[in-house]
Design a protein around this ligand. Structure first.
Ligand SMILES: [Zn+2]
Length: 314
């Protein structure tokens, strides 16, 4: 089963006849025109928990645990860090799109007949086009938005708190003795570097991603409380970078998981974001644009506003 097949699919003659076999290896995406070019987009941000946060992970003898990653730093120290898993952020972002209000009075997911787990998988769906979909047995649309990061900067271990009763058990259980349980929480003030990447999407498709990224921030977390903010530097600039490009240039503002000092993480983020040009909010090179700080926030909000104008309020 594991034997490697000869890679015949890559050896098609360039001008050879199109075969049915070959159509299986294409992306299935429609061609765009010069007015709607496909580009790559990246969002880099450092998020800050403004209160304790719970990221439902697993339950162990009445303790609800949060997700933790174990790592060894560059200098050989073993660490455990809190974590916002990229798959959880992705889920919240998709849900923000599904639940977005449309002018007709519907929610976007209902209007598109697109939901979880039954996604519509149509290439022109403003949700499935960037986020991908699977309509079992019928069609698959590969997602072109991927999520990364989420490993906390500080090595602050989550704190356990006693809770009276799980809300799910409060209904119709009035006569029973409440079952106390403990829940872990990520502590406030933890920084989480996170990244969203979009591969070969149009400006219109990226507008869904920009809207979802921003709209998801107040809704991140399981249960209550929810919400996380874009952290700011000492000069009150949002720690945010948006790239739109064909050629990957500059340096990617990614924080090493070995870093545990928030000041160093913020300095690294700014240093990497500003390469190769300092003191500008907009780096413009051939086939590459980078917006930093407030300019990045403005740019994301401009895309999100386009999404509302052309999809939700159209
Ligand atoms: Zn869809």
């Amino acid at each position: 089963m594991a034997a490697k097949k000869p890679e015949t699919t890559n050896e098609q003659p360039e001008n050879g006849s199109e075969t049915a076999k070959e159509s299986k290896v294409t992306t299935g995406l429609p061609k765009t025109d010069v007015n709607h070019p496909r580009m790559h987009f990246d969002i880099y941000a450092i998020l800050e928990g403004s209160q304790e946060l719970y990221f439902g992970h697993e339950v162990q003898v009445n303790v609800n645990l949060v997700e933790i990653v174990k790592l060894t730093t560059k200098d050989g120290k073993s660490l455990e860090k809190c974590y916002i898993s990229p798959t959880k952020r992705r889920g919240v972002e998709r849900r923000c799109l599904l639940w977005a209000p449309v002018k007709s009075g519907e929610l976007l997911g209902d209007k598109q007949k697109c939901g979880i787990p039954k996604t519509c998988a149509k290439p022109d769906c403003p949700i499935c086009a960037p986020y991908g979909a699977l309509d079992p047995g019928k069609s698959t649309l590969i997602g072109r938005v991927t999520h990364g990061g989420g490993v906390a900067v500080q090595d602050i271990y989550p704190v356990e708190k006693q809770r009276a009763m799980h809300p799910a058990r409060l209904v119709n259980q009035k006569d029973e003795t409440p079952i106390p349980f403990k829940r872990q929480y990520n502590q406030p003030g933890i920084l989480y570097p996170v990244y969203d990447h979009a591969l070969s999407v149009t400006d219109k498709e990226f507008s869904s991603v920009a809207y979802a990224f921003l709209d998801a921030l107040p809704r991140i977390g399981s249960g209550n409380p929810k919400g996380i903010a874009i952290a700011e530097s000492e000069s009150q600039t949002p720690l945010l970078v948006v790239d739109r490009y064909l050629v990957p240039r500059g340096k990617r503002p990614i924080i090493s998981p070995s870093v545990t000092d928030p000041e160093q993480a913020i300095a690294d983020f700014i240093r990497l974001a500003q390469y190769p040009e300092n003191d500008t909010e907009h780096i413009q090179l051939t086939y590459f644009d980078r917006w930093i700080g407030n300019a990045a926030l403005d740019k994301l909000q401009e895309y999100a506003a386009n999404f509302v104008a052309t999809v939700l309020q159209a």
